[in-house]
Design a protein around this ligand. Structure first.
Ligand code: ZN
Ligand code: ZN
Length: 277
């Protein structure tokens, strides 16, 4: 069976993306994609910078429904959501849910994990006593519950906390204080039967040279037979299938035997062959 050209992690101007949903659909068709799933950021009232407002959420759903009809026969369109752990409204009525932890709750406020290197370092100093491993442990303890909390099908960017840590510049990813909570979260999420994404979004936006998750983590996911999917976390029409061939090669090299995609009747695993995607 052939791997379909598809992506389920897509942002638009309804949240913090650069293009309209229709521009994304047209770019996907031009790129011979068979399926495009949208995943606008859920409403987070404590930080309005990246999310969809409640009004925008309604407009988003209506627009994706319109596009699904307008482009029927050319591309299959799904309406999902990237549900933040701390979003107050439950994610209901979507084709699928990506569950992500973008914020930590510490010291009586919500701290962004991925806004900037400066805000990350400030959070370590101000809320975690200067101990970066306390912050990373807090992140993974939160992530460990993301399946239960959001009801997600897919876990977004598992090791997001490594975003600004290229080359281990802020902390050691092989330190047990980092790995133990990460592997605990993995165990718990395997029990929640979620799909793990290989996410090339930080590559397309120039933050990282490799996808999430790290090779160390992806090998463990593969050993434990966790389900894996390729997603681009596209914020622009140029990034819809960003480096998917490389990401598939990366998956093979880490022992992943197949990739999960949405079939006509639920999730389906496509064996990972040698062909280009
Ligand atoms: Zn995200
Ligand atoms: Zn995203």
């Amino acid at each position: 069976m052939r791997y379909p050209r598809c992506n389920l992690h897509t942002h638009t101007v309804f949240c913090d993306g650069e293009n309209t949903a229709e521009e994304m659909v047209q770019a996907a068709i031009a790129d011979r994609m068979e399926l495009l799933g949208f995943s606008g950021h859920s409403y987070t009232p404590f930080d309005l910078s990246c999310c969809m407002s409640p009004e925008n959420t309604g407009a988003y759903r209506a627009e994706i429904a319109r596009l699904r009809e307008a482009y029927r026969g050319q591309i299959r369109i799904l309406c999902g959501i990237e549900q933040d752990f701390y979003s107050p409204e439950p994610a209901t009525g979507y084709d699928y849910v990506i569950g992500s932890v973008h914020y930590l709750w510490a010291g009586g406020s919500y701290l962004s994990v991925d806004e900037s290197r400066e805000s990350f370092c400030r959070a370590v100093e101000e809320q975690f006593g200067g101990d970066v491993y306390r912050l990373t442990a807090c992140y993974y303890e939160t992530l460990a519950q993301v399946g239960y909390k959001t009801g997600c099908d897919i876990v977004g960017h598992f090791d997001l906390v490594e975003k600004f840590n290229e080359g281990d510049c802020l902390f050691s990813t092989s330190d047990y204080r980092y790995r133990r909570p990460m592997l605990d979260a993995l165990e718990q999420l395997l029990r929640q039967d979620v799909i793990f994404e290989i996410n090339t979004g930080a590559m397309s936006r120039g933050y990282r040279s490799t996808p999430y998750p790290s090779a160390y983590l992806l090998r463990r996911i593969a050993e434990k037979r966790g389900r894996v999917m390729l997603n681009s976390d596209a914020h622009s029409k140029n990034a819809l299938m960003w480096k998917f061939d490389e990401a598939a090669q990366y998956a093979r090299s880490c022992g992943v035997g197949g990739l999960t995609v949405p079939g006509e009747h639920g999730w389906q695993v496509i064996p990972l062959g040698r062909e280009r995607l």
